[in-house]
Design a protein around this ligand. Structure first.
Ligand SMILES: [Zn+2]
Length: 272
């Protein structure tokens, strides 16, 4: 909070102070747009960095893929690394964006081309606080064949009745590079995701959404694991999947247990 030294103004938040100052000045409004929100919780930044490392260690991302979190002080902003390999991300690489995916204070850092995935999902899913986008290899056969990815066991209950599949040709034509490189394509993907926790992306990969960084890491990892086990099951017979009620009940239970695998995965990357 900032107080006017002469006492003529009541205490103002930092943003409120600058907004008042700018309104009375000759500065263009665009200058205010770059004003950063109060700093994000360092613990949240640390979780995003750790999530990047875990997702690489667990084979969900490689040189590509990314994980974001909604800003804990401003729901209209999110946090995402600059464009780089996830395993190499440090706290200084985490950038802040508005929900149109404009960088707030880029400081020369290049953002991911596909950041629009994150902004457009945060716009329409207030329950979502973290998102992973990956090209994890075992999921791709399901994205490309439309064979349903369904929960093989309780751990993957979040898959529900099977993730929807995003078809980029439907809205962006048949000559794209498959990337979600605009708000319009990101919005179409968010529409496909709907209220699901995961959406597959034909010819590309998948996206997972959740209520925290730890939950979304859990879902991204077990989407890949479930895909592997489903392919194995399909090779020897016809699997019996969890039904909708079993999947919902299992997801509820597992949502309370994400700290356990997170602690293990975090220790693994910390010891390397
Ligand atoms: Zn991608």
């Amino acid at each position: 909070m900032i107080s006017c030294p002469c006492g003529c103004l009541p205490s103002l938040s930092r943003r409120g102070f600058f907004a008042t100052a700018l309104a009375a000045s000759a500065f263009p409004a665009a200058a205010f747009a770059a004003d950063p929100a109060p700093a994000a919780d360092p613990g949240l930044i640390d979780d995003i960095v750790t999530a990047n490392h875990i997702l690489y260690d667990q084979g969900v991302v490689d040189g590509f893929g990314h994980v974001s979190a909604r800003h804990d002080k401003d729901p209209n902003r999110y946090l995402l690394s600059r464009s780089m390999a996830p395993a190499l991300v440090t706290a200084g690489d985490i950038m802040e964006f508005d929900l149109d995916s404009n960088a707030i204070d880029a400081r020369g850092r290049t953002p991911y081309l596909e950041r629009f995935i994150h902004g457009e999902i945060y716009k329409v899913r207030p329950d979502v606080m973290a998102i992973v986008h990956s090209h994890s290899p075992a999921v791709l056969p399901f994205a490309d064949t439309y064979v349903k990815l369904l929960p093989m066991n309780h751990i993957a209950g979040f898959l529900g009745a099977g993730p929807p599949v995003f078809e980029i040709r439907a809205g962006a034509g048949a000559a794209t590079d498959m990337l979600v490189r605009s708000n319009a394509i990101g919005k179409a993907l968010a529409t496909t995701l709907g209220s699901s926790q995961v959406a597959l992306m034909r010819g590309h990969g998948s996206v997972a959404a959740a209520q925290s960084v730890k939950h979304v890491v859990f879902r991204a990892i077990y989407t890949e694991v479930n895909a592997r086990t489903e392919i194995q099951a399909l090779s020897i017979g016809k699997p019996t999947f969890l039904n909708d009620k079993e999947a919902a009940a299992a997801m509820k239970t597992n949502d309370g247990l994400v700290e356990r695998p997170w602690a293990l995965w975090k220790q693994r990357v910390a010891s390397k």
